[in-house]
Design a protein around this ligand. Structure first.
Ligand code: NAD
Length: 268
């Protein structure tokens, strides 16, 4: 049984992760961490997640539960995740990171831990999205240089703090890579005013933020006369949480390194 601690356990993903760990026969919930000084310290994690008492309570310091845990699952914020990576490196723990919205500096810092920590880092843990990435690679190779314009449209709930979503960026990166393009050069993230006609090689992004949308991504390949759309819609956070627990069980048996969900699912 993989002994898992959830960082950010009071968050939207954190509470769903409590459910997912409880449902997984190969994992056990060994701890949950809330923000330092939170009024939720001492609250039973099952009650936090609406499951009834589980006998494991929220703490606000990883040190307090270091001996009980093997793998952290972290869906929080970039700087919190980097601090948790340092903790894992110092204490010989493993980590599954779902946090999105890291800037280049933060991504470089994260990558600096690849020789010290076994980590899975993925902007989207759902099996469906990771299969979709494979489909996009194939579609981009077939269509991207044949006059088809590529646009990524994503929609999320009103509370999401980063844009475009980590998943949308990952989709863009996968397609850019398979076409020998560079997303930093060819990604277009804003169109407003007199922005002129579209160039052939750009990969455009459009963002919707509204209500309680869990996560929707459509990639459009459009040319004169036809359009192909590849869409993934998440209807419950449970799809991400189940993927994260699967990744935690998998990374428990891995050496130091930075792994993706493609590695976990054997899609590479
Ligand atoms: P949220 O705001 O509901 O939850 C984040 C939680 O982290 C909050 O409860 C906050 O109190 C807690 N937190 C902040 N600092 C902390 C600290 N120092 N120690 C412990 N906890 C701390 O957000 P959310 O919707 O759950 O999303 C969290 C992150 O996960 C975002 O970056 C989001 O984009 C990402 N996400 C990733 C996937 C995926 O599949 N990879 C899926 C959904 C969301």
């Amino acid at each position: 049984m993989t002994r898992i601690a959830i960082v950010g356990v009071a968050g939207r993903m954190g509470r769903t992760l409590v459910n997912a760990v409880q449902q997984d026969t190969g994992a056990t919930l060994a701890g949950g961490i809330v923000e330092p000084g939170s009024s939720l310290v001492g609250v039973d994690l099952g009650e936090l997640a609406g499951l009834g008492r589980l006998g494991v309570t929220a703490v606000d310091s990883l040190e307090a539960i270091a001996d009980d845990i093997e793998v952290l699952i972290d869906f929080t914020a970039p700087q919190v995740t980097l601090a948790n990576l340092a903790f894992c490196a110092d204490h010989g723990k493993r980590i599954v990171i779902g946090t999105t919205g890291m800037n280049d500096e933060e991504l470089t810092a994260l990558d600096g831990f690849r020789d010290r920590v076994p980590m899975v880092f993925a902007p989207n843990m759902s099996v469906g999205v990771n299969l979709t990435l494979k489909l996009l690679e194939t579609a981009a190779q077939a269509l991207g240089d044949e006059g088809y314009d590529i646009e990524v449209i994503e929609a999320h709930h009103r509370h999401k703090v980063d844009a475009p979503s980590g998943t949308a960026l990952k989709m863009g990166e996968v397609m850019a890579e398979s076409l020998g393009r560079n997303l930093k050069e060819h990604g277009v993230f804003e169109r407003v005013g007199q922005c002129g006609p579209r160039s052939g090689k750009e990969i455009g992004f459009a963002t919707v933020r509204a209500g309680d949308i869990v996560g929707e991504h459509t990639v459009m390949f459009a040319t004169e006369g036809e359009r192909i759309e590849i869409t993934h819609k998440a209807s419950s956070r449970m799809t991400f949480a189940k993927g994260a627990v699967r990744a935690a069980r998998w990374v428990a048996g891995q050496a130091n390194g930075r792994y993706s969900m493609q590695d976990v699912l054997g899609l590479d």
